[in-house]
Design a binder for this molecule. Structure first.
Ligand code: URA
Length: 218
């Protein structure tokens, strides 16, 4: 039995992009089905049809890869960097086209997952799923009980951005563990800065059930 689905739905599930982005890719002529360039509105059978993006076959469940990288400092998390800085993709040597799950800023280190499994990627980065991420930070100043409470209440950053409630655990003067369930731009640095605790070192240690363990950098 043929199970036809809209191409943008198939791409969104397996091509690591939103349906809207998939529609743009189809309109741009980047998608083909069984050798013929697809048009917006076309459907295909994800089980039997040969679907390609930019000439590359879409991954199927058996082609999915999951890579845990200990990102070193000094690498940007982006597919292409206009400033030509070292890029995390250079550290991941696999034949599949994989994508980082969320971002880790250039000066931060730690756990960064890569995959070509679009469903998993979207589940992990969606703020609605609230996957907890744990960071170790060294910072200037010492975090107080008022800081702990302010994190628990939900901080408002200096630019007015409101954060979901988060956990701050002081480990000693100038070092803390921070648990957040969202991924706003430079979030942990900005949260600590908003409490007068500027970060000097930041490492992501855990994301959901995944931990950095003793994985060496790079
Ligand atoms: N918070 C930050 O400040 N930077 C990151 O890369 C991730 C979380």
């Amino acid at each position: 039995m043929s199970l036809l689905q809209r191409l943008q739905k198939i791409l969104a599930a397996r091509g690591i992009c939103s349906r809207r982005k998939a529609e743009e890719m189809i309109t741009a002529g980047r998608v083909s089905v069984n050798g013929a360039v697809a048009n917006l509105g076309d459907s295909a059978d994800p089980e039997t049809d040969e679907i390609r993006l930019d000439g590359d076959l879409l991954p199927t469940a058996s082609d999915y890869v999951y890579i845990l990288l200990h990102k070193p400092r000094g690498f940007v998390t982006t597919a292409s960097d206009e400033k030509g800085r070292p890029n995390v993709i250079q550290l991941v040597d696999v034949p599949q086209r994989v994508y980082p799950v969320g971002r880790l800023d250039m000066d931060s280190e730690g756990l960064l997952l890569f995959t070509n499994d679009g469903d998993l990627l979207h589940r992990l980065i969606s703020p609605k799923k609230e996957v907890p991420k744990v960071y170790y930070a060294r910072h200037e100043g010492a975090a107080t009980q008022e800081d702990v409470q302010a994190f628990a209440d939900g901080l408002t950053l200096r630019d007015g951005t409101v954060c979901l409630p988060a956990k701050l655990e002081p480990l000693g003067p100038g070092e803390s563990l921070i648990t957040v369930c969202e991924g706003k731009y430079h979030q942990v640095r900005r949260m600590l800065a908003s409490r007068g605790l500027p970060v000097t070192y930041l490492e992501r240690r855990q994301e959901g059930a995944l931990t950095l363990c003793n994985l060496p950098r790079g």
